[in-house]
Design a protein around this ligand. Structure first.
Ligand SMILES: [Fe+2]
Ligand SMILES: [Fe+2]
Length: 294
C-alpha cells in the first residue's frame, strides 16, 4: 500500500485535463441512429482527432478493404461503439506530453504495453461476454496511466524505480512503491476520479494488479487483470524492457486461454502497433523481446 494517491493527484497543478472531446463522447449513450450522427458531429470539432480516426479506420488495426474518408463513414462502417472507443483511446494517448523517452523510460513502450492490454482485453471481453468490448479497450489504454502521473510528479524517484525494474530484481509495481511511496494503480484510480470516469472504469484501473480476478467472477476488472498478466508474461513491460537475458516461465493455463482467445501474442502486438501508429504516429522504439515472443 502506497501513500495517499488522491493527495498526490490533487497537489499537482499541471495534470492535464481529460480532453474535452473524450469527456463528451464517453458520456454519450450507446448506439441508436441519432447518437451515431451526434458522435460524428462532436468528433468533427477536433480536426487532429478526426485525422487520426480516419487513419486508424484504414489501418491494419481493422483490416477493412473499404476506404474510409470521413468520420460519418467511419461511424457507418465501424459502428458507434468502435468509433467512440478509438476516439477516447487516441485522445487520451495524446494527453500526456512530457519527454517521449529519457534514459530509462520510454513512452512508445508505455503505449505499446497499454495498447497490447487494450487489444487483448477487447478480444477477451468479446469471447467471454463478461464485459463490453469497447469498455475493455478503453480500460486497457488507461490501466497504467498512474505511471505517467508518477513520472511527471516525482521524476527522480520514478527513474530509480524503473532502473530497479529494468535490472530484473523486482517488478516496477514493487519498485515504485519503494522509491516513490505510491502505487500507480492507486494513482490511476485517483486520476480517474479527478477526470470523472465512469465508476466501473475507475475500479478496474485501481484493481488491475489483483492476480485473482477473472472475467467470469469479476467482469471488466477480471478482463483487464488477466490481459495485463498475459502481456507482462511475454516481457512486454510498461515503458521499458528488462536488461539482459530473461528466463520465461511456462504460460499458466488461465493465461493460455486468454492468449488463445486473442489468436496469439504476435497478433495482439501487430494490432497494438497499428493502433498506436494511427493515434500518435509510428513508434520509434518497440519491444526487442517481441521477436522472441509468441
Ligand atoms: Fe499496472
Ligand atoms: Fe499494465
Amino acid at each position: 500500500m502506497g501513500k495517499n494517491a488522491a493527495a498526490l493527484v490533487d497537489g499537482i497543478d499541471d495534470i492535464p485535463p481529460l480532453p474535452a472531446v473524450a469527456a463528451r463522447v464517453m458520456g454519450m449513450a450507446d448506439d441508436d441512429r441519432t447518437s451515431a450522427l451526434d458522435l460524428a458531429q462532436v468528433l468533427s470539432t477536433d480536426q487532429a482527432l478526426t485525422a487520426k480516426l480516419i487513419r486508424i479506420s484504414n489501418s491494419a488495426y481493422y483490416g477493412f478493404a473499404r476506404r474510409v474518408s470521413t468520420v460519418r463513414e467511419a461511424v457507418l462502417v465501424l459502428g458507434f461503439k468502435q468509433v467512440r472507443q478509438v476516439a477516447v483511446g487516441a485522445s487520451i494517448m495524446n494527453t500526456f506530453k512530457g519527454p517521449k523517452r529519457d534514459d530509462v523510460f520510454d513512452l512508445d513502450l508505455f503505449w505499446g504495453h497499454s495498447c497490447a492490454v487494450a487489444v487483448t482485453a477487447e478480444t477477451l471481453a468479446k469471447k467471454t461476454r463478461m464485459a463490453k468490448p469497447e469498455d475493455a479497450f478503453t480500460a486497457g489504454v488507461l490501466h497504467d496511466i498512474g505511471r505517467l502521473v508518477l513520472r511527471q510528479a516525482l521524476p527522480a524517484e520514478f527513474r530509480e524505480a524503473v532502473l530497479k525494474a529494468r535490472s530484473g530484481q523486482m517488478s516496477l509495481h514493487a519498485a515504485e512503491v519503494r522509491f516513490t511511496g505510491f502505487a500507480h494503480d492507486e494513482v490511476g484510480r485517483a486520476l480517474g476520479e479527478r477526470w470523472k470516469f465512469p465508476g466501473h472504469l475507475i475500479d478496474c484501473v485501481g484493481g488491475h494488479h489483483n492476480a485473482r480476478l477473472t472475467p467470469e467472477a469479476d467482469g471488466l476488472a477480471g478482463v483487464i487483470a488477466q490481459a495485463n498478466r498475459l502481456v507482462l508474461h511475454y516481457g512486454l513491460h510498461c515503458g521499458y524492457e528488462v536488461d539482459g537475458e530473461v528466463e520465461s516461465p511456462a504460460l499458466p493455463p488461465d493465461l493460455a486461454r486468454v492468449e488463445d482467445a486473442c489468436g496469439g501474442i504476435d497478433r495482439v502486438l501487430d494490432r497494438a502497433f497499428s493502433f498506436i501508429e494511427g493515434a500518435t504516429g509510428t513508434p520509434e522504439t518497440w519491444y526487442a523481446s517481441a521477436a522472441a515472443a509468441g
